[in-house]
Design a binder for this molecule. Structure first.
Ligand SMILES: [Zn+2]
Length: 301
C-alpha cells in the first residue's frame, strides 16, 4: 500500500516550469536533467515495488529533520519485521569505488552514495527511537538502471545492483504476515514529520521580464495553445484541456515562479499573454482562489 505518492520535488517543479519559458543557464539545465533522471529512476523502482506480494507500506520522498540534520529518503518500505530505506540511483555507465570515493569511468568523482546513507541512517534511527519505534532499519543504495556497471564492488556493502533487485524483492516477499496498527502509526508519524520545503533548495535567478508569457501545453510543453470557448487546444500536439483546469494550472505556475508577486486579474492577463479573456480569469480566480484586500486593490491567494 502506498501512503505517500511520489511527486516532483519543489526544486524540480520550479526548473520544469522555467525550462518551458526561458533558456536555463547551463548549470541549472544540468541540475534539471539530473533531477529528472533521478525521478525516472525512482519511478522505475516504484514500479518494481508495486509487484510486491508481502503486506507492506511504501512512503516516497520523505524529507526529515533530526537534531539539525535534514535528510531525504527516496523510498521507505515498512514490512512486518523491518523498515527498509532505499537511496535510489539511476546512474548509467561504468563506475568504481576507490577507497572511500566514488567515480565514473575514467575518473570523474561523484558524491559517494554510501556517505548519503551514512548521514541519514543514524538520524532516522534516532528519530524513530525518539518516537518510540524500535523496528530494525536496513539501508540500501539501489542502482536501478540496467546499463549501470560497478567495478571492484565489495561484498557486504548495502548496495543493490540492477542484477540483484529481483533477488531482493523475492527476499521481501518472504515477509508474509500482516502489518499491525504499530506499522500504520509509524507510517502516519513519518508523514506528519515530513518537511514541505527543503532548506537547501537551489533557486535559479530570473526576472519576470525574462520569462516568456503565454499558456504552456500540458501535453508537449510548447506554447502553441489556443482558447476556443471553454477548452484549450494545442496546435502542435492536439492536446485538449478544460479551460478551468488549464487556467488554475497557469495561476499555480505563476505563484510557484513568482511567490512574491500578488495574483490579480491583470497580472494573470499579462502572464497568459492575454490568451484567456479577463472575464474567464476573473471567474476562475473567484472560484478556485481566495479573494484578499479591498475592492479596488483586491488580489487572490
Ligand atoms: Zn502540445
Amino acid at each position: 500500500m502506498i501512503y505517500k505518492q511520489r511527486e516532483m520535488t519543489g526544486e524540480l517543479r520550479l526548473l520544469h516550469a522555467l525550462d518551458r519559458r526561458l533558456t536555463l543557464s547551463p548549470k541549472d539545465r544540468k541540475n534539471y536533467l539530473h533531477l529528472l533522471k533521478g525521478l525516472k529512476g525512482e519511478r522505475r523502482f516504484d514500479k518494481l515495488l508495486n509487484n510486491l506480494k508481502c503486506d507492506h507500506i511504501q512512503i516516497h520522498d520523505l524529507l526529515l529533520e533530526h537534531n539539525g540534520t535534514v535528510f531525504q529518503i527516496d523510498t521507505l518500505l515498512i514490512t512486518k519485521e523491518k523498515v527498509f530505506v532505499y537511496e535510489v540511483k539511476n546512474y548509467q555507465g561504468e563506475f568504481f569505488f576507490d577507497q572511500e570515493r566514488f567515480f565514473k569511468v575514467p575518473r570523474q568523482e561523484i558524491m559517494n552514495p554510501l556517505h548519503q546513507i551514512g548521514r541519514s541512517a543514524p538520524a532516522l534511527t534516532q528519530l524513530l527511537r525518539k518516537h518510540g519505534y524500535n523496528l530494525p532499519i536496513q539501508f540500501h543504495v539501489v542502482f536501478v538502471n540496467p546499463e549501470f556497471t560497478l567495478f571492484h564492488a565489495e561484498q557486504n556493502t548495502p548496495i543493490i545492483l540492477p542484477t540483484q533487485i529481483s533477488d531482493h524483492l523475492r527476499m521481501l516477499n518472504g515477509f508474509g504476515s500482516k502489518l499491525n496498527q504499530t506499522h500504520k502509526h509509524l507510517a502516519e508519524k513519518l508523514i506528519e514529520l515530513h518537511l514541505k520545503e527543503s532548506p537547501y533548495q537551489n533557486r535559479p535567478e530570473y526576472e519576470y521580464d525574462e520569462v516568456k508569457k503565454g499558456v504552456v501545453c500540458g501535453g508537449c510543453g510548447l506554447m502553441a495553445v489556443e482558447v476556443k470557448g471553454r477548452k484549450v487546444y494545442c496546435k502542435h500536439c492536439n492536446w485538449v484541456e478544460n479551460l478551468n483546469t488549464a487556467t488554475v494550472g497557469l495561476i499555480k505556475e505563476y505563484q510557484l515562479l513568482f511567490p512574491d508577486k500578488k495574483v490579480t486579474v491583470s497580472a494573470i492577463d499579462d502572464w497568459c499573454d492575454s490568451l484567456i479573456s479577463l472575464k474567464s480569469i476573473s471567474r476562475i480566480l473567484g472560484q478556485h482562489f481566495t479573494r484578499k484586500g479591498n475592492l479596488r486593490w483586491s488580489y487572490y491567494e
